[in-house]
Design a protein around this ligand. Structure first.
Ligand SMILES: [Zn+2]
Length: 165
């Protein structure tokens, strides 16, 4: 799906662990949504840390927060983070040297800048070069440009362009 003029199309990713990312949460900690107040994106929220269990997310005005007033060390200042739920799909055409390690170098560069390769296809191959199309999931256009700039620095990369279809 390449709907927009700039060849970036919106895609909503469902985070399997959490519905949304939470700013201020401790990485790796499980996040639960409290049933007492069932906070929704847009609500002001607070996290209550339960050791061994994770973080429970409450609305800031939830009645059940009263019982945590004596334990301020368990309160975590958190907020919804929606930006990162939206990734965009970009498509590149890359011409690589036909040498061992060239494709590995390209995938390494892309993942080092947090790009996600969703599809990779050889379009053309001759004795000197491979031509690939690379489908990528990126945060925004400047993220895609950053990836392209990094790829151009690789000795294995002859050229890289956005695909114009
Ligand atoms: Zn609550």
């Amino acid at each position: 799906m390449y709907l927009e003029k700039n060849h970036l199309s919106k895609k909503i990713f469902n985070n399997k662990k959490n519905d949304l990312n939470i700013n201020g949460a401790i990485p790796g900690m499980a996040i639960h949504y409290a049933h007492c107040c069932s906070p929704l994106p847009g609500d002001r929220i607070v996290g209550i840390v339960t050791s061994g269990k994770g973080i429970t997310v409450h609305s800031i005005d939830c009645f059940s927060l009263e019982k945590f007033h004596d334990t301020p060390e368990r309160w975590l200042d958190i907020s919804w983070e929606r930006e990162k739920d939206i990734l965009y799909r970009g498509k590149l055409i890359a011409v690589l040297m036909n040498e061992p390690g060239s494709l590995a170098d390209v995938t390494r560069i892309i993942s080092s800048i947090n790009g996600n390769i969703s599809n990779l296809q050889v379009v053309n191959r001759d004795i000197n070069f491979y031509k690939f199309t690379i489908d990528l999931e990126v945060e925004n256009l400047s993220h895609l440009n950053e990836i392209m700039a990094a790829l151009r620095l690789s000795n294995f990369v002859e050229s890289v362009e956005r695909e114009k279809s």
